[in-house]
Design a binder for this molecule. Structure first.
Ligand SMILES: Nc1ccn([C@@H]2O[C@H](COP(=O)(O)O)[C@@H](O)[C@H]2O)c(=O)n1
Length: 289
C-alpha cells in the first residue's frame, strides 16, 4: 500500500493491522489527526558519519558553557546511566528511580554552571545536533494541513526549541512539553521549572497537561513517534482515541531490544536516520484532501 513500508529497515509484527489503521486514518482525514513525537533520537539523528549525535542535554554538556571539571562529571553520569536506560534486562520499575537520579544530578550540575540564556542559540549552532533526514517534509506537511504536532521530550525545552527554530520549522502548529530552564534577572540558569520529565513519567506529564488534549478533543487519531518504551505513554492524555499508530526508532542495542520493540510499537525502524516512513504515511493520509 505504502511502498516505503517494504524497506529493509522496517519491521512490523502485524502488517495487516498497520494497513488497516492507516486506511482508517486516511478515511477520517487530516482534520481528525494529531501527531505526538519524542525529540532526542526520534526527530533528531542518532548518528552521523559513524559518530553519535548529541541529545539536548549533550548539546550543553559538550559546550563551552561548561567547565572541564563539570564536563567530566556529566560524562561520568552519562556513562553510568545511559547503559541502564537501554538495558533490556532491567524492568521499568528498577530503572525509574535511577533515571530520576540521573536527571536530578545532571540538572544540579548544569545549574551550578549558571548557564546564560543569551548563549543558548550560539551553542546550539555550534553543536553536532541534526534533525533526521526529511525533517523539513515532516514539519511542512503538518503545517500545511494544520495538523497539530506535540513534541514531548525529557530533554531540555529551551535547547529543543532553539534546534527547531534554527532549522526554520518551529511553526505555530508545534507545541512542546519538556523541561524548561528558569533564569534569574541577570539571565543565568538558577533552576529547572515545574515537574521533572524523564523518560518514564511521560504519562504523568501528559495528564498534567490535560488542557492541550482538551483543545484537540476532536482529533481522535494519533500518530506517535518515539525511540524509547517510555514514549508509548505520551498519548495517554488524548481524548477517546479511535486509531493510534505507534512508530518506534530502534537505534541502539538493536538485537537485544527488537522483540520488546516489536511487541510495543506497530512499526519498528532499525537504524533508519530518516523521517521517510512517517512522511510517507502522512502523505497517504493527507492525499486527496
Ligand atoms: N542528563 C541526561 C539525561 C538524559 N539524556 C538523554 O535525553 C533523552 C531524553 O530526551 P527525549 O527527547 O528522548 O525524551 C534520553 O533518552 C537520555 O538518553 C541525556 O543525554 N543526558
Amino acid at each position: 500500500m505504502i511502498p516505503e513500508l517494504a524497506r529493509p529497515c522496517v519491521y512490523m509484527q502485524n502488517s495487516q493491522r498497520v494497513e488497516e489503521v492507516i486506511q482508517a486514518m486516511q478515511q477520517a482525514g487530516p482534520n481528525t489527526l494529531q501527531v505526538i513525537s519524542d525529540f532526542d533520537m526520534t526527530l533528531t539523528r542518532f548518528s552521523y558519519n559513524g559518530k553519535r549525535c548529541p541529545t539536548c542535554h549533550n548539546i550543553l554538556d559538550n559546550s563551552k558553557l561548561i567547565s572541564e571539571e563539570c564536563k567530566e562529571k556529566l560524562k561520568d553520569l552519562l556513562n553510568t546511566y545511559y547503559p541502564i536506560e537501554i538495558d533490556s534486562g532491567r524492568s521499568v520499575e528498577e530503572k525509574l528511580p535511577l533515571m530520576v537520579e540521573w536527571w536530578t544530578k545532571a540538572h544540579a550540575l548544569l545549574v551550578q554552571q549558571r548557564i546564560r540564556k543569551d548563549l543558548l542559540a550560539l551553542v546550539v549552532r555550534e553543536s553536532d545536533a541534526k534533525l533526521r533526514e526529511g525533517y523539513n517534509v515532516f514539519f511542512d506537511q503538518l503545517q500545511e494541513h494544520s495538523i497539530p504536532l506535540l513534541i514531548f521530550s525529557a530533554g531540555i525545552g529551551d535547547v529543543l526549541e532553539e534546534v527547531i527554530r534554527q532549522a526554520g520549522v518551529f511553526y505555530p502548529n508545534v507545541k512542546v512539553f519538556s523541561n524548561y530552564m528558569d533564569f534569574d534577572e541577570s539571565g543565568a540558569l538558577r533552576a529547572f521549572k515545574g515537574e521533572l520529565i524523564h523518560i518514564y513519567n511521560k504519562r504523568e506529564g501528559a495528564l498534567l497537561n490535560s488542557g492541550h488534549f482538551q483543545e484537540l478533543r476532536a482529533r481522535h487519531n494519533v500518530l506517535l513517534l518515539g525511540d524509547s518504551l517510555g514514549d508509548l505513554t505520551m498519548a495517554d492524555g488524548v481524548h477517546s482515541t479511535e486509531n493510534i499508530l505507534k512508530i518506534g526508532y530502534l537505534n541502539d542495542k538493536v538485537e537485544e531490544r527488537r522483540e520488546a520493540y516489536l511487541k510495543a510499537f506497530d512499526i519498528v525502524l532499525e537504524k533508519d536516520e530518516t523521517m521517510d516512513i512517517a512522511n510517507a504515511i502522512l502523505l497517504h493520509i493527507t492525499r486527496g484532501q
